[in-house]
Design a protein around this ligand. Sequence first.
Ligand code: NAD
Length: 292
Amino acid sequence: MIKHLTVIGSGVMGRGIAYVAAVGGYETTLVDISEKALDSAQSEINAIFAKGVQRNKLTEEEANSSMGRMSYSSDLKTIVSKTDMVIEAVPEKLEIKKNIFEAIDQHAPDQCYFATNTSTMSPTEIASFTNRPGKVIAMHFFNPVHKMPLIEIIKGLDTAKETVKAANEVAARMGKETVTVNEFPGFVTSRISALVGNEAFYMLQEGVGEPEEIDKAIKLGLNYPMGPFELGDLVGLDTRLNNLTYLHETLGEKYRPCPLLVKYVKAGRIGRKSGMGVYDYREQEQGGKNNA
Ligand code: NAD
């Protein structure tokens, strides 16, 4: 029975995952190596609770009891030694994930489940960093986590049936729909999303149109809720580039990252989280954007 959940990485995704876990009734600890990231996560989570109450998505009592179930820590070893499930949301770099999974395998109880929120990587490979491959699975959340209804659940080669069941139960408690798929790089959603986002950058590089024109064409012509640049800035262009690099290595040429995307990341223009990506967010704290 899962009572306590640990979310590792308090960035764009981890904070949202911790929020839905606490609202779902789990004692939840958000862990990060960066105190600054934890502080920023706590303020954002508190703001999501406040907005939720304002918009009648949850009562003040529910918000208070959920907030009471949340804690924040940089002490990974102590927290995972008493947890029932870990959801990892650190950057999409294999070396970082490897270090995390080796550490949690050493310190978490034997019955503890491990989920990775990787967008593209192999849960089988991630499971191989542990001595409990049957207990490892990918739970791919979407951004923003508190609004997006789906979790893509991906089974690795050795993922046990009870782990799939546990992941689905956790997802249901978080109020999410699921699809359960077999492992292949990029799963279902990241493969398509990475291609569309990359192609949009090639169009920008080729001078096909301004970002607003391309975003508008895709939204109104293809009925996408967001344009590829709006989505890329929300996801983080660094994360998008990491995904593409991995898919390029594993699936081949069609995923080669567009040089213009690489240039944006080198410049530090990585999207909303840095204040500037394809669009400029520096003066638009209320969610607006300018072409940068
Ligand atoms: P992010 O860069 O916003 O946050 C990562 C966090 O991990 C940072 O706060 C960082 O301080 C922390 N971190 C780094 N090393 C750590 C360590 N050793 N121990 C603890 N914390 C550590 O990244 P993100 O966008 O939240 O992405 C996290 C994962 O989720 C990636 O695997 C990504 O592919 C996946 N993902 C991202 C999105 C998206 O829209 N951004 C969507 C789905 C899945």
